[in-house]
Ligand binder design. Structure first.
Ligand SMILES: [Zn+2]
Length: 85
């Protein structure tokens, strides 16, 4: 099973986004957490990557395989928010 397939299974099991341990989208670290987030985005906390946010549209690209989260970059915006994009 590839990491991406494993990630998909995790995602499928977490459709309604409860907080808890997940695989880091970016590095695959299995100690990452998805934090509760009220908007169309998800916040992740990873021991390797730190905290970062993924916009809903970007997440759907990852889900649809039109973007590879492992090749995505963490970008810091003007507010200091870190985004995986
Ligand atoms: Zn990571």
């Amino acid at each position: 099973m590839t990491r991406l397939q494993l990630q998909r299974d995790v995602e499928a099991a977490m459709k309604d986004k409860p907080p808890g341990p997940v695989l880091c989208l970016h590095c695959g670290n299995d100690k990452a957490e998805r934090l509760p987030s009220p908007g169309d985005y998800s916040d992740y906390r990873c021991p390797t990557c730190g905290e970062y946010r993924v916009a809903g549209a970007q997440e759907r690209c990852f889900d649809a395989d039109t973007a590879d989260p492992r090749k995505a970059q963490i970008v810091i915006d003007a507010n200091g928010q870190r985004w995986l994009e």
